[in-house]
Design a protein around this ligand. Structure first.
Ligand code: SME
Length: 164
């Protein structure tokens, strides 16, 4: 496997996002194992996108969101469905962007460095079954580039990674 992650420093945010989408498409075409795919996808995100401190997955199990593969500091293993940004995105079935987590009443701080957050719900047969969660140590980090790019990434993931 040879992905040119090193050259990313010179790219704009949009070009980095385009590269990330290409990396993820190649992985999804090359591998079928969900755990391997989610592990590498979280690593590709952290290696490609600037100013993130956490990127990873939560999946619905036993009426909670349970931690999946991720990159970053250790995180809460289970999130209740009535509290926090991930649960809100999951319940509302909508991409949820929080520009300043300190202004979100029941944000769950797994990493105290987090200042802004973007959560992308993942769907199987029109029902949300998990989320992709991104945290940044910078307020207002997530722009239209990330909203559009991670929305595309969510769609690519849904085609290959199913509830388990
Ligand atoms: N901040 C999230 C919890 C998950 S961690 O950020 C990894 C939330 O409020 O749901």
């Amino acid at each position: 496997m040879s992905f040119e992650l090193k050259g990313l420093d010179k790219l704009s945010d949009q070009e980095r996002m385009d590269e990330l989408i290409n990396f993820i498409k190649i992985q999804l075409d090359d591998e079928l194992d969900s755990l391997a795919l989610m592990s590498n996808i979280s690593s590709f995100i952290m290696a490609s996108i600037k100013n993130l401190n956490w990127a990873g997955f939560y999946f619905l199990k036993e009426n909670e969101l349970v931690l999946g593969p991720f990159q970053g500091l250790p995180a809460c293993t289970r999130l209740a469905l009535d509290k926090g940004v991930c649960a809100k995105a999951f319940r509302d079935e909508e991409i949820t962007k929080v520009d300043d987590v300190h202004n979100f009443a029941d944000h769950i701080a797994c990493d105290s460095a987090s200042e802004s957050e973007l959560v992308i719900p993942l769907f199987y047969q029109d029902n949300a079954y998990g989320v992709l969660d991104l945290d940044s140590p910078i307020k207002n980090r997530f722009t239209d580039i990330e909203l559009d790019g991670f929305s595309k990434i969510g769609k690519l993931i849904e085609e290959k990674i199913y509830p388990f």
